[in-house]
Design a protein around this ligand. Structure first.
Ligand code: BJW
Length: 241
């Protein structure tokens, strides 16, 4: 694929990019919410109703990231290689709360749904790295309040992070690629429509199966991210030669 070497690339990633690293996706068989409704876990109301249950859900997922078997896969590594070798700009906008893009070496990463390895105090608004478990008795290290700490992630009904920077990048990009996201959750599912208004921009979806918003993309590459993304990155970099 030929793109001007100064072209701007935005890669939107979802849970599917981390699936081959051993992290469960949200929807579908074996998904994180199987047997539970999203509203019972991933909303501020669920947290207010049963903070212990919500903490246990996220503690288990935070602990999983310490497992040495959970590593960036070929798709994460390919995106880091693209950022290093592409002369123009490459921005990863991820919906994922894991840190696999950073571990792969990507530097320009925006976590629009927050990060599970960070906590926020709802009393003093302190936010910081937090690698251990959280529960309702954990005191805030900054203000000492209890029952005030929560994972620094974005639940349904909350405003996603970095939206200004994301919208600016979408409105000026030459290539938008969505990898491993089902297209069910907004505003991310609507990003392709924003890019469609940019005349020159090309849009590609990479997924095991067409997503809910597949028809908005110019191109769809069906297959596992761990093989499709490295091939796409090879094509982009080959276009420079
Ligand atoms: C592979 C693969 C492999 C598997 N290779 N592919 C009605 C209409 C429109 C919007 C709304 C509405 N009612 C309410 C809303 C808004 C709401 C929303 O979208 N609700 C929908 C359910 C309808 N959105 C919000 O509330 C958001 N905030 C908001 O809108 O604020 C207002 C606003 C206004 C204006 C501008 C901006 C904002 C907040 C959404 C927060 C989402 N939070 C979660 C939880 C985060 C913490 C946590 O991790 O627990 O984020 S929900 C969950 O879904 C998580 C994910 O990031 C997100 C997206 O999921 P994702 O990544 O797509 O995963 P899956 O599992 O769905 O899909 C995986 C895909 O991978 C599948 O397609 C597989 O096929 C594929 N795959 N293996 C390639 N190897």
């Amino acid at each position: 694929m030929l793109l001007p070497p100064t072209g701007s690339i935005v890669m939107l990633t979802g849970a599917g990019i981390s699936a081959e690293s051993g992290l469960a996706t949200f929807r579908g068989a074996g998904g994180l919410w199987e047997g539970r409704r999203a509203e019972d876990v991933a909303t501020p109301e669920a947290f207010a109703r049963d903070p212990g249950m919500v903490h246990r859900f996220y503690n288990q997922r935070r602990r999983q990231l310490h497992d040495p078997a959970i590593r960036p896969n070929a798709a994460h590594l390919a995106l880091a290689r693209l950022e290093a070798d592409w002369p123009g700009s490459v921005l990863v906008v991820t919906q994922n709360v894991d840190d696999l893009h950073e571990r792969a070496g990507s530097r320009a990463v925006l976590h629009m749904h927050g990060q599970i390895r960070r906590m926020r105090c709802t009393a003093c608004l302190e936010e910081r790295l937090w690698l251990g478990d959280l529960d309702t008795l954990t005191p805030c290290p900054a203000c000492g309040a209890t029952a005030s700490l929560r994972p620094a992630i974005v639940w349904f009904g909350e405003m996603p992070l970095e939206m200004e920077r994301i919208m600016a990048a979408l409105q000026s990009c030459d290539l938008f690629v969505a990898v491993g996201t089902s297209g069910h959750v907004y505003p991310a599912a609507g990003f392709v429509e924003v890019v469609r208004d940019v005349d020159r921009a090309h849009t590609i979806e990479v997924n095991l199966e067409p997503s809910a918003v597949r028809s908005a993309f110019a191109e769809c590459r069906v297959g596992p991210a761990g093989s499709v993304v490295p091939t796409l990155v090879d094509e982009l970099l080959a276009g420079l030669r």
